[in-house]
Design a protein around this ligand. Structure first.
Ligand code: GLU
Length: 446
């Protein structure tokens, strides 16, 4: 790290949080942008804003016992890290995936602070989840798990306290079971305590589409700032979950062609464009695999060898998971003429890959800016719940587009202000940080 004071603070974070590599990576990535900010604002250092930001306000770890369909008792670990509430109630999703441990939840919670600040909406940062693997589990097992998870979590959350939502492994089905159990335990129809709800019971139009759509709206702004558009662009989207599917849908609506997607079993190439109706049927209804898509589409094929990043594209949208695009793969993207990489997932590009892209002049949009549309629309869902109202699809989508434009412009303006034109990553880190840091100063040492 170039700045020695920041290096000392970073070393303290590593010492205080041993073995949490993803959390260290997320902190380092933010600190790397902050040297000019702390130099200009000694008041942040005087009030120990950075040290306080890196220490979650509250960390909850709990046992989640449940019974599988054979009658065997299973134990998982549940987490909720309430990271920062300077701007509003803690807000962020729940991830159910076997890789989840405290370090993953803290990296996601830390990112969420700045992402949520960038939206300009009144939401703090938090994240949670469990090492439970919903893959291959029956609906009844998922329901029993969710009910057990909420039986502990309910005492820590609420519409003014902490508002969870989905993330990897947590979609509409899980949110339904979680909301049902909260309602039952508390005897309150408290719609605003959870977002991503179904449309007939307090959910918002566009929330399902929001993260993917938002990422593509962000890229549309990047293209337009460069005097270009999606028209005729080849796009590769990794993943095939909620973020990826709706990113693909918006790319197609704006005139681009998505030629490849992936899942944990491999990647699929279809030169004429991925067929979304088939993909939605395979992934959202059948909960199937990439091969099930290929089976139904005669012109599609599983990619052979390498990774999805070998498929030539003008625009790459990593929408699967953290650290899925490494240095070697970034080199391949550059060699194939890729012009834009925008993160639909959280921290999918490794730090070394980000450097390769920057050195080659590839425009790079970090997740905390480019994927903020999901949480922003969650905040719109909270607004609708608070006013007992529901908005149309068109109006909600307009609001989302406006928010993404705002984030894009804020990133660029901040990068300009600090003499780093076009550096979206620095712009996002600095704009997100100063927004939350100023609120923390105003609220005193708490
Ligand atoms: N999990 C999403 C994210 O990474 C959405 C969180 C939310 O809607 O609260 O931002």
């Amino acid at each position: 790290m170039a700045d020695s004071k920041l290096q000392v603070l970073f070393d303290q974070v590593v010492d205080r949080n041993p073995g949490e590599a993803e959390f260290h990576q997320a902190v380092r990535e933010v600190f790397d942008s902050l040297a000019p900010v702390v130099a200009k604002h000694p008041e942040y250092t005087d009030a120990a804003v950075l040290q306080r930001l890196c220490e979650p306000e509250r960390q909850i770890i709990f046992r989640v016992p449940w019974t599988d369909d054979r009658g065997d008792v299973r134990i998982n670990r549940g987490f909720r890290v309430e990271f920062n509430s300077a701007l509003g109630p803690y807000k962020g999703g729940l991830r159910f995936h076997p890789s989840v441990y405290l370090g993953i939840v803290k990296f996601l919670g830390f990112e969420q602070i700045f992402k949520n600040a960038l939206t300009g909406l009144p939401i703090g940062g938090g994240k949670g989840g469990s090492d439970f693997d919903p893959k291959g589990r029956s609906d009844a097992e998922v329901m029993r798990f969710c009910q057990s998870f909420m039986t502990e979590l309910y005492r820590h959350i609420g519409e003014y306290t902490d508002v969870p939502a989905g993330d990897i492994g947590v979609g509409g089905r899980e949110i339904g079971y979680l909301f049902g159990q909260y309602k039952r335990i508390t005897n309150r129809y408290e719609s605003g305590m959870l977002t991503g709800k179904g449309l007939t019971w307090g959910g918002s139009q566009v929330r399902r589409e929001a993260t993917g759509y938002g990422t593509v709206f962000f890229v549309e702004q990047m293209l337009s700032a460069a005097g270009d558009s999606f028209d005729g662009k080849r796009v590769v989207v990794s993943g095939s979950g909620n973020v990826a599917i709706y990113a693909m849908e918006k790319v197609a609506q704006l005139g681009g062609t998505v030629v490849a997607f992936s899942d944990s079993s491999g990647y699929v190439v279809e030169e004429a464009g991925i067929d979304l109706a088939t993909l939605k049927e395979v992934k959202e209804v059948q909960r199937g695999r990439a091969a099930d898509y290929v089976e139904r589409r005669p012109d599609a094929a599983m990619g052979s060898g390498g990774s999805i990043w070998d498929v030539p594209a003008d625009i790459a949208l990593p929408c699967a998971t953290q650290n899925e695009l490494d240095e070697a793969e970034a080199r391949v993207l550059v060699r194939n003429g890729c012009r834009i990489v925008a993160e639909g997932a959280n921290m999918p590009t490794t730090p070394a890959a980000v450097r390769v892209l920057a050195d080659a002049g590839v425009l790079f949009a970090p997740g905390k800016a480019a994927n903020a549309g999901g949480v922003a629309t969650s905040a719109l869902e909270m607004q609708q719940n608070a006013s007992r109202d529901s908005w149309t699809f068109e109006y909600t989508e307009e609001r989302l587009e406006e928010i993404m434009r705002g984030i894009h412009d804020r990133c660029l303006a901040t990068a300009d202000e600090y003499g780093l034109p076009g550096d979206y990553a620095a712009g996002a880190n600095i704009a997100g940080f100063t927004h939350v840091a100023d609120a923390m100063l105003a609220l005193g040492v708490i």
